[in-house]
Ligand binder design. Sequence first.
Ligand code: HEM
Ligand code: HEM
Ligand SMILES: [Fe+2]
Length: 455
Amino acid sequence: MKYESQKIAYAYFAVAMALFAIQVIGGLLAGFIYVFPNFLSELLPFNIVRMLHTNSLIVWLILGFFGAAYFLIPEEAEREIHSTKLAYLQLIILVVGTLGVVVTYVFNLFEGNWLLGKEGREFLEQPKWVKMGIVVAALIFLYNVSMTVLKGKKTAITNILLLGLWGLALLFLFAFYNPGNLALDKQYWWYVVHLWVEGVWELIMASILAYLMLKLTGVDREVVEKWLYVIVAAALFSGILGTGHHYYWIGTPAYWQWIGSIFSSLEVIPFFAMMAFAFVMVWKGRRDHPNKAALLWSLGCATLAFFGAGVWGFLHTLHGVNYYTHGTQITAAHGHLAFYGAYVCLNLAIFTYAMPILKNRDPYNQVLNMGSFWLMTSGMVFMTFVLTFAGTVQTHMQRVVGDYFMDVQDQVAIFYWMRLGSGVVVVLGALLFIYSIWVPRKEIIEPGAAETPAE
Ligand code: HEM
Ligand code: HEM
Ligand SMILES: [Fe+2]
């Protein structure tokens, strides 16, 4: 660790990993309720479990981004973070908000209260006071990192990372705007979620991947930067109007069917470019970095994001196709692989890279860490296939033949069982990951220790 203030990342990563565990266990519970619908129905109903699962996902991913920024900005800007105290204050606000959310959801408190009660929009259910806390925390963060970068060296990586993080915070402001008209409500709702994952988060992803590639492969910064600009331009060009793929059936004008279909198809390009970038860097790079696990997660991230977001996104993005598949298990299949590939793997890559440095050890437990990649990834890929099959059957029976929703659900029950099975594998992989990061190897294997002379 070159700069003392990089240590801030440690606390962010720790909270993020705790929430990651809660998120996947929440998913498993939701998957269990799918096959035993009455399980916990009084104590912890499905809608609450689902909310905890998706909200904790978003929160831990963002905490990971914040941590990553605190970790890499000092190195890039070549100076300490402007204020360590503010960084910890920001984390405390976010943790209090998160606990507030959990307590409010689980005990269903303050129903209907403007300030304290939960709000009903998917992913944006947080009570208003929590949303305000998020904005305060975001302002503290932006102030802190922007000051650091302004006073220090400016690189393409930090510029793009900051652009992404500023965009993330500004777009969140739309969470406060909830017009009574349902079509308008939905229109603005997508500004937060879609323009995040298919817009500004891609900038965050590209810059963190670029940083990892720089460190792990030792290629020239100029080469990395050229790729970065192309990726960012492609992401914004396609992603902003690509939002149109959510405007097909919500009451917006019909021209969105064309705009959405065309621009969201182009969204495959930045994800393809990120995958090509990662592999070309590894191929060109000459450095043999000891942290092989971080490289595995980085390459896995770029590849799985291309399949989850790019291929599985394109699968149902043309309006003629989406007319049939909208809101089926096809959507869930895509949602899982896209989030996992792009943003879960990205976070796990930077944790894997940074944690040994933050803990001042060699990249320990690498084999376990790589094992967790294969375990989690195979679970997730299997889940994606299973949900895609379920969604195909569902689309045909429900949308083409016209059978009733619940009758169709009975027909696809076998897939929900298989989803549960793959969920168990994902959770085991996640726990193995956390173990490999936190628990040091029992024996320190010194280089050359294997060749201890046999007497
Ligand atoms: C890191 C891994 C995971 C990620 C990124 C993730 C992400 C998501 C997302 C984005 C949604 C909302 C999907 C949509 O609206 O289409 C969701 C819902 C859900 N997830 Fe996960 N999830 C993960 C792990 C799991 C696991 C291990 C299970 C266990 C079976 C699971 C089961 C579910 C269920 C049952 C739902 C609700 C689906 C519905 O409402 O029909 N997830 N998850
Ligand atoms: C990493 C990037 C991405 C993530 C994390 C992501 C995630 C998601 C999630 C969670 C949903 C379900 C939202 C809901 O209904 O509540 C969704 C819907 C959708 N996504 Fe993505 N997505 C990504 C990129 C893409 C791309 C690149 C495309 C197109 C090529 C795409 C096409 C779609 C479409 C068409 C829907 C609507 C499905 C429906 O009508 O039910 N996505 N996405
Ligand atoms: Fe989208």
